[in-house]
Write a protein that binds this ligand. Structure first.
Ligand code: AVJ
Length: 325
């Protein structure tokens, strides 16, 4: 397990090096949001989830809490044991509602959380073992796509893939389609995907969620530069970069940027690379896409799934949607 862990951390470091090398030579400069989640990034994200502006977590919590019995009924409709595979589990705050309820109903299932953050995953595993010592637990430190490779291998239990928190919003539209097509290929008829989608709503509400008063989203975004300083021996001055976030109600995209506040040259020693910035130049770091119902129906239809259930909160802010293979 330790060897496996080391190998994954090394390949993480290689992936970051490659991303920084190519991303900072692009015009405009860009870095993928998947690199936000080192230990500090995961910690800041947990704080964001508790902030008053970041409604996504509370809305989804409401949905899962309200409909947990309906979900269990649907999942166990075929009387088979099931395997909960959670992609991007993070700290599992919302999933624990389901685990607790399923456990109290003596459901026959296993839990397989997958996350690219080793730190977040380790924390989750410790928590779950403590709260539900008898629950069969099968964690994977991996990215979504590699985790999919391992899906098809096992048993005759029903697969229930959880992709919560609107993590899907980080995909470009074509990536989302490719992802669900891969899921469709790996799953068997009757298997289920439960996805959390953040819905389009008053743009001011969305804008505020990514521009919180405490500056948590700002710290989360800037932490990417701190990580590059540490892992790639770079000399980004965090005080010389700003957080900037837009939401376009026409495209449904919230987009995050880091903005250079002056003309400067950054030295990235581990890559032997010097990167010039103009004053006001940006690095694009994240897309958090918001969806409407017809886009979600279209996604199911284009990737061969049936949209079989739709659960949302009273405000209509967030939907957890079942696609059946
Ligand atoms: C974890 C990807 C769903 O996009 O809302 C929070 C990450 N970024 N604040 C999101 C995030 C800025 C979050 N996801």
């Amino acid at each position: 397990m330790d060897d496996v862990e080391t190998t994954i951390r090394d390949s993480d470091a290689d992936a970051l090096a490659e991303e920084v090398r190519t991303g900072l030579q692009k015009t405009p400069k860009a870095l993928s949001s998947r690199f936000f989640y080192d230990a500090e990034g995961s910690r800041i994200f947990a704080e964001i989830m508790r902030s008053p502006e970041y409604y996504l977590t509370r809305s989804e919590y409401d949905v899962l809490d309200t409909y947990k019995a309906d979900l269990l009924r649907l999942i166990t409709s075929d009387n088979r044991p099931f395997e909960l595979v959670e992609l991007g589990a993070g700290d599992g705050l919302k999933t624990k509602i389901l685990l607790g309820f399923f456990d109290s109903q003596r459901a026959d299932f296993t839990y397989a959380p997958v996350d690219i953050s080793a730190d977040a995953l380790e924390g989750l595993v410790v928590d779950v073992r403590k709260q539900w010592p008898d629950l069969p637990l099968n964690p994977r430190h991996d990215d979504y796509f590699s985790a999919l490779e391992h899906l098809s291998s096992e048993t005759d239990s029903r697969k229930v893939v959880l992709f919560l928190g609107s993590n899907i919003g980080n995909f470009a539209p074509d990536e989302a389609i490719a992802f669900y097509q891969q899921l469709h290929d790996r799953l068997k008829p009757g298997d289920i995907v439960l996805t959390g989608f953040d819905l389009q709503k008053n743009p001011a509400v969305i804008h505020a969620a990514y521009n919180d008063r405490q500056g948590l989203t700002r710290a989360f975004n800037l932490n990417l530069l701190r990580r590059i300083n540490r892992d790639l021996e770079a000399d980004f001055d965090l005080a010389a970069f700003d957080h900037y976030e837009t939401y376009s109600p026409e495209t449904g995209e919230a987009r995050s940027y880091l903005v250079s506040q002056k003309t400067q040259i950054i030295d990235i020693r581990a890559l032997g690379m010097r990167v010039p910035f103009q004053e006001g130049e940006i690095i694009h770091t994240e897309i958090s896409r918001k969806f409407n119902r017809s886009q979600i129906e279209h996604l199911a239809q284009q990737t061969g799934f049936s949209l079989t259930s739709w659960f949302s909160d009273d405000k209509g802010y967030f939907a957890d949607v079942i696609f059946t293979r």
